[in-house]
Design a protein around this ligand. Structure first.
Ligand SMILES: Nc1ncnc2c1ncn2[C@@H]1O[C@H](COP(=O)(O)OP(=O)(O)O)[C@@H](O)[C@H]1O
Ligand SMILES: [Mg+2]
Length: 232
């Protein structure tokens, strides 16, 4: 009975998903799984990932339902995004650019790619997540939002720092952001962050500690072009 062959897809799989797949090795032997069974199980895992992702998008980002890799155009730097997806040492990806250039769309395409490989992908508008973890909300609801964003194999944190008006965000906002990013970095969980703030603005908006966490093994992809939502 051959071991599960991870060679082909291991590179791009988030560590948590890889661990799960590895843990399945002995079990697969015990139950005398055939190669056909194994292929079917892996295919089911991928199908489940893709279905979870569709449902997730429908909840909060329905406008981006059906976005796939093929829909990206050259200004969304698909080759750079692909390199990040396939780089097992990459940790945090910043997709930067002006409003409406297609950052969220590009991040969603990355999410679809991970989901299609069986990863659990979470997508949160940063502002929604901050609102969701506000200490005035019910404890269980806050815990659920923290857990979801912290433990997903891939987190898309969309529009980091939206609402920045030249002043630092309140300390608790920076702290919540830093705690989330810190927890993910510690477990080598990968995160895609979109923002239209430049580095200088992020430095004002957040504190040094947050910025330092965000910078760990960071890659940047700049999306250019006109505001796609504006008049042509
Ligand atoms: N490659 C693309 N093909 C078609 N529509 C796109 C593409 N990229 C972005 N869009 C659309 O353009 C609009 C702006 O893109 P979005 O990703 O929301 O921009 P940003 O996040 O940079 O503000 C959205 O309606 C999005 O669906
Ligand atoms: Mg956006």
């Amino acid at each position: 009975m051959p071991e599960i062959d991870l060679a082909g897809w291991a590179a791009a799989i988030p560590p948590a998903a890889l661990e799960r797949a590895r843990a399945e090795g002995p079990l697969a032997r015990e139950t005398a799984e055939t190669p056909e069974d194994r292929d079917a199980r892996l295919a089911l895992g991928r199908a489940a990932g893709a279905r979870r992702w569709r449902e997730r998008l429908a909840e909060t980002h329905a406008a981006y339902a059906g976005v796939t890799w093929d829909a990206l155009d050259a200004q969304q730097r698909p080759d750079d995004l692909r390199r990040w997806v396939e780089d097992p040492d990459a940790l945090t990806l910043f997709v930067v650019g002006y409003v409406g250039v297609g950052k969220t769309h590009a991040a969603v395409a990355v999410g679809a790619e991970f989901a299609a490989r069986g990863a659990r992908v979470a997508i949160w508008s940063w502002r929604d997540w901050i609102a969701a973890v506000d200490w005035r909300r019910e404890h269980a609801a806050v815990e659920a939002a923290v857990h979801d964003a912290t433990t997903a194999d891939l987190l898309i944190l969309d529009d980091l720092g939206v609402g920045f008006r030249g002043e630092p965000f309140p300390e608790w906002v920076a702290t919540k952001t830093e705690t989330l990013v810190d927890a993910r970095v510690r477990c080598a969980r990968r995160t895609v962050i979109t923002t239209n703030l430049g580095g200088d603005q992020l430095a004002v908006a957040f504190d040094d500690r947050t910025l330092s966490r965000l910078s760990e093994r960071r890659s940047v992809v700049a999306v250019t072009g006109p505001d796609r939502r504006g008049p042509r």
